[in-house]
Design a protein around this ligand. Sequence first.
Ligand SMILES: Nc1ncnc2c1ncn2[C@@H]1O[C@H](COP(=O)(O)OP(=O)(O)OP(=O)(O)O)[C@@H](O)[C@H]1O
Ligand SMILES: Nc1nc2c(ncn2[C@@H]2O[C@H](COP(=O)(O)O)[C@@H](O)[C@H]2O)c(=O)[nH]1
Length: 205
Amino acid sequence: MKRGVLIVLSGPSGVGKGTVRKALFEEPDIDFQYSISMTTRQPRSGEVNGEDYFFVTRDEFETEIANGDMLEYAEYVGNYYGTPKKFIDQTLAAGRDVLLEIDVQGALQVKEKMPEGAYIFLTPPDLAALKERLIGRGTEAMEVIDRRVSAATAEIRMMANYDYAVVNDEVSLAVNRIKDIIKVERLRVNRVLPEYIKMIEELEA
Ligand SMILES: Nc1ncnc2c1ncn2[C@@H]1O[C@H](COP(=O)(O)OP(=O)(O)OP(=O)(O)O)[C@@H](O)[C@H]1O
Ligand SMILES: Nc1nc2c(ncn2[C@@H]2O[C@H](COP(=O)(O)O)[C@@H](O)[C@H]2O)c(=O)[nH]1
């Protein structure tokens, strides 16, 4: 069976990853899965355990790390965030595409392990927009916003490690750009060829 495509959506805090991802999954023709991350951060108002994140304690997260159950993890502004490995392995093996929405540290770890994925860096129209969006979201104290904005400059330099840059000027445009990328990624020769090689081998057997 053809393996699913791993799609990694990443970029600095406040660029709009969550907003764009949610809009993407509201589209009628979306046929891929979302990988729910695990975090030690406290839930924000309205966030649901098992939908937005799996919210766990530091001890629980460290046990997952020790057991080798995380595909990647990062400590970001005082909290752990990570991707449970089992869901990714099972979904891709079942031939289903899966999208991860993770920070830059995590995306680079995944790329080391799974370079065949599609790595998308979501960019702000300009740097001022990042801070404005974080302030506008109203979920973090100004001290945390400043730490996230200062992390963003180093993160933007890491864009060179990605395959695609998508500007999030307007959510619907960013969603369409990502849908286009996914369509193209599904057609890459390295995803299609193994199936044909298998058919040829079966014929020749
Ligand atoms: N294209 C856009 N134009 C204007 N505002 C936007 C746009 N996209 C997202 N926003 C707003 O920016 C804020 C940050 O968005 P969001 O929470 O999706 O960012 P994020 O990258 O997921 O952040 P984090 O990494 O911290 O979780 C939100 O208030 C959101 O409504
Ligand atoms: N390395 C990982 N980063 C993740 C994961 N899930 C989310 N994130 C990123 O963390 C920051 C902060 O998120 P917030 O919800 O507290 O605003 C943001 O950049 C997320 O994209 C993950 O599994 N691994």
